[in-house]
Design a protein around this ligand. Structure first.
Ligand SMILES: Cc1cc2nc3c(=O)[nH]c(=O)nc-3n(C[C@H](O)[C@H](O)[C@H](O)COP(=O)(O)OP(=O)(O)OC[C@H]3O[C@@H](n4cnc5c(N)ncnc54)[C@H](O)[C@@H]3O)c2cc1C
Length: 507
């Protein structure tokens, strides 16, 4: 056997979107790939399982937005049909219904961001408040997802950015902050302005249909991950659960280029010619803090500067049906630092379509103060908050419920966090990073970003080990022409100014 044939052992750590994406592609390319997952089920934050009574639950409901081109392409390749049609959504505050969104791709297409402003149906927010967002367009154009743009905006809080650009207090409280709580899981004063601009552009502003969303017609675990894992295994990939990685084995550094030769998992060592980390921030911090090898590199130690956010996922089964006008709903103003969403699972999931009572998922983001509460108190709060939005929930009896606490589960894009986030390549020449918190120029977010960075890491391993073809990664849709022109002009002006003025100001 030639050296090239033996150098095909890749170990992937973490079985979320990123890890499964990397494993699937490498297995298809003939690599001997082993995926090590600490938990009992593949899927990471999107894993699903069953309650003691056999009812399906999952770690929060996950939407798939219009720009998730790579995930939609994967699902098509796998021959799956997991999704609902495009759905409309609404927003509630303690005062009642605030906003209804149409299906944007069904409305006449307008140059962005006109469609978003004109077709979104605000029930109360005056036009003058909505117009106060206009100056913010400059920041949207100036933030082009480049390294320089991240460094310019990352140290500023999102709240400060909106304040500087003259966004009205009401527009901030009733539109932007709810989007931050749902999109970045934190209130504006705790979000990096760079992350806020990147997220808002990707999900809402880049093209009129971007805010359109579909949902799985059951848990993502059942509808996508289970058949996907089967395909990975058919392609020769090994998916091993209950395998918590604690370290890597460093090769003797003869040529000064540090490499790893294996992955440590308790008493076991898995030999590897390349390693892909696909774990979240908290998982990576645990590995780094107990690793005798990774802590030799400042890039890995810097990951300890990052933070993660608590999330809570609850599901209730009611004794009767309540009419919920739209299947997905975001809520703000109930708790000062927490956003929440609720979903009508009778409308979204096949399993509950004909159920005699409503099945509702209510997920809370930035839920620090909720996690210590008892299950009974949490379910009472869910019912109270739901009844504030839709009064008929006051009268239902809850016949079963599920509470899933997810401490330090999701990425915190806090102000000043960007320099500590790792890019795909690492100081170890055969170790590559992936996941929704990794620095990438692709421009996507959340599940799509995790999947894309998994493919990017697979491609880096392929380039390193020189075998097989890289995965095709679909880029995000191009900027609309007027945005592209504005960005070119802005960049030229910036270059000109930087040539004339001395670089003495903060970025
Ligand atoms: C309630 C909630 C709602 C969300 N809603 C949406 C949504 O609507 N749309 C959307 O796109 N995104 C949403 N997200 C975000 C989305 O879930 C994440 O962006 C995505 O799942 C991240 O995938 P990942 O592969 O990067 O990491 P993860 O899914 O976190 O996977 C990492 C895996 O690594 C494993 N691991 C950790 N440490 C180790 C170790 N030492 N050894 C081995 N394995 C380890 C973990 O067990 C985990 O399985 C939501 C998240 C939550 C929690």
């Amino acid at each position: 056997m030639s050296a090239a044939q033996t150098q095909r052992r890749v170990v992937v750590v973490g079985a979320g979107w990123a890890g499964l994406g990397a494993t699937y592609h490498l297995a298809q390319q003939g690599y001997e790939v082993t995926l090590l997952e600490a938990g009992g089920t593949p899927g990471g934050l999107v894993a699903g399982w069953q309650t003691a009574q056999g009812r399906a639950v999952e770690a929060g409901i996950h939407g798939f937005w219009y720009p998730y081109r790579n995930i939609f392409s994967l699902v098509q390749q796998l021959g799956l049909d997991p999704f609902t049609d495009w759905t409309r959504s609404s927003q509630y505050s303690p005062a009642g219904l605030e906003v209804e969104s149409p299906i944007f791709q069904q409305e006449p297409r307008l140059p962005t961001p006109l469609g978003t402003f004109l077709y979104t149906r605000f029930q109360r927010l005056p036009l003058s408040d909505r117009l106060s967002a206009l100056p913010l367009l400059y920041a949207v154009i100036d933030f082009d997802n480049s390294d320089a743009a991240w460094r310019r905006y990352d140290a500023v809080t999102a709240r400060e950015l909106f304040k500087q650009f003259g966004v009205s207090a009401r527009l901030y409280k009733e539109a932007f902050e709810p989007m931050l709580l749902v999109g970045l899981f934190a209130p504006g004063e705790q979000c990096s302005a760079a992350a806020a601009l990147g997220m808002l552009y990707y999900f809402i502003l880049a093209h009129q249909p971007d805010f359109d969303v579909v949902w799985c017609r059951g848990t993502v675990g059942d509808r996508i991950f289970r058949p996907w894992v089967e395909r990975i295994q058919q392609a020769g990939g090994k998916v091993l659960t209950q395998k918590r990685v604690t370290d890597v084995v460093l090769a003797p550094t003869g040529n000064g280029q540090p490499q790893v030769t294996g992955v440590v998992c308790g008493e076991e060592v898995f030999a590897a010619d390349a390693v892909i980390f696909a774990v979240g921030i908290t998982g990576m911090q645990k590995i780094i803090s107990q690793s005798t090898t990774l802590r030799q590199f400042p890039e890995f130690c810097n990951v300890m500067n990052l933070g993660a956010i608590d999330v809570l996922a609850t599901r209730i089964w009611c004794d009767r049906k309540v009419n919920v006008p739209l299947p997905s709903n975001a809520c703000f103003g109930f708790d000062p630092t927490t956003g929440w969403t609720f979903f009508d699972l009778n409308a979204l999931h096949d399993e509950w379509r004909d159920a005699p009572g409503s099945v509702i998922e209510a997920d809370f983001y930035h839920a620090n103060q909720l996690l210590p509460m008892s299950d009974a108190d949490l379910i009472a709060k869910v019912q109270r908050d739901l009844a504030t939005c839709i009064p008929a929930f006051r009268d239902v009896q809850i016949i079963d419920s599920s509470v899933i606490r997810l401490p330090k589960a999701v990425t915190h894009f806090s102000p000043g966090s960007y320099p500590s986030m790792l890019p795909g390549p690492t100081p170890l020449t055969n170790v590559f990073m992936s996941g929704d918190w990794i620095v990438t120029r692709h421009g996507s977010w959340s599940q799509e970003k995790a999947y894309v960075t998994g493919l990017e890491a697979a491609n880096r391993a392929i380039a390193h080990l020189r075998h097989g073809s890289p995965a095709t990664i679909l880029p995000i849709e191009l900027d609309e022409p007027h945005i592209a022109i504005a960005r070119t002009v802005n960049r030229s002006l910036r270059d000109l100014v930087s040539q004339v003025l001395p670089p003495i100001w903060l970025p």
